[in-house]
Design a protein. Structure first.
Length: 250
């Protein structure tokens, strides 16, 4: 069994407010693995869930996650999951609560776009640990300025000389409002301090919002613009990883 809230939490970590619709749920020995990619290909991620309560090994092709979410809204409380297959291909995902059952039609796995790969052998130049309060601060800051599309990440120092990573919202918009906050960070010797690196504010907001139940986030990036976010939730037994590419200079 799995609670409806946990299943929705799993889905939200790749769905990201509607940015990713089609994925493969890969089941192996009770572990669920989902690789996903934004349509714009500027974000790639992986989700691992331990102890997933579906007693099958194989691939479930979810083509329309919006429709799956709508079906899940019918249910409540604890859920039981099962899957039907025709020969080697799963065709139905069945989910039921105490009173209702939903049947979600699965796609052919060949219909799901292949997710790209990221070279993780990177010398990360900036590393920081964000806690749950930092997630919430980021989401509030990203939502506070209407029309803002970017957040800049800047390795710098605070007024007492401590190494920090500064997040700035609204800087690109002339004569506009602006929000800044920072977290403590560690820098490699070759990092370019005060180098402002732009990322999609909306994308990062959706990532932090989807992982609001996680314990912490390990953030790392390099000057040429690759950002990595590692989230873990011990209570939910979920680990999620995101790689995000910087936006063009401005």
């Amino acid at each position: 069994m799995i609670t409806k809230n946990k299943l929705q939490s799993i889905i939200s970590k790749y769905y990201l407010g509607g940015q990713v619709e089609s994925v493969k749920w890969v089941l192996n020995g009770g572990t669920l693995t989902i690789d996903f990619m934004a349509p714009t290909k500027d974000m790639i991620g992986r989700l691992n869930v331990g102890g997933f309560p579906l007693n099958h090994d194989g691939t479930l092709a979810i083509f329309n996650t919006t429709q799956l979410n709508r079906l899940l809204n019918v249910l409540a409380g604890d859920l039981m999951l099962d899957a039907e297959r025709t020969k080697a291909v799963f065709t139905k995902l069945n989910i039921q609560d105490a009173k209702s059952t939903i049947n979600y039609s699965l796609a052919d796995p060949m219909m799901i776009q292949k997710v790209g790969e990221v070279d993780e052998d990177v010398n990360w130049q900036v590393n920081a640990t964000l806690d749950n309060e930092d997630f919430q601060t980021f989401v509030r800051a990203a939502s506070s300025i209407q029309g803002n599309e970017l957040v800049t990440l800047t390795p710098t120092e605070d007024i007492v000389g401590t190494s920090v990573l500064q997040f700035t919202f609204g800087e690109r918009m002339e004569f506009s409002n602006k929000v800044e906050f920072h977290v403590n960070a560690e820098f490699e010797e070759n990092v370019r301090q005060d180098n402002k690196i732009p990322f999609s504010s909306e994308m990062l907001k959706e990532i932090f919002n989807a992982n609001k139940t996680s314990d912490e986030c390990q953030l790392s990036f390099v000057d040429d613009g690759l950002l990595r976010l590692l989230f873990r939730s011990e209570d939910e037994n979920i680990n999620s990883t995101y790689f995000v590419v910087r936006k063009a200079d401005y």
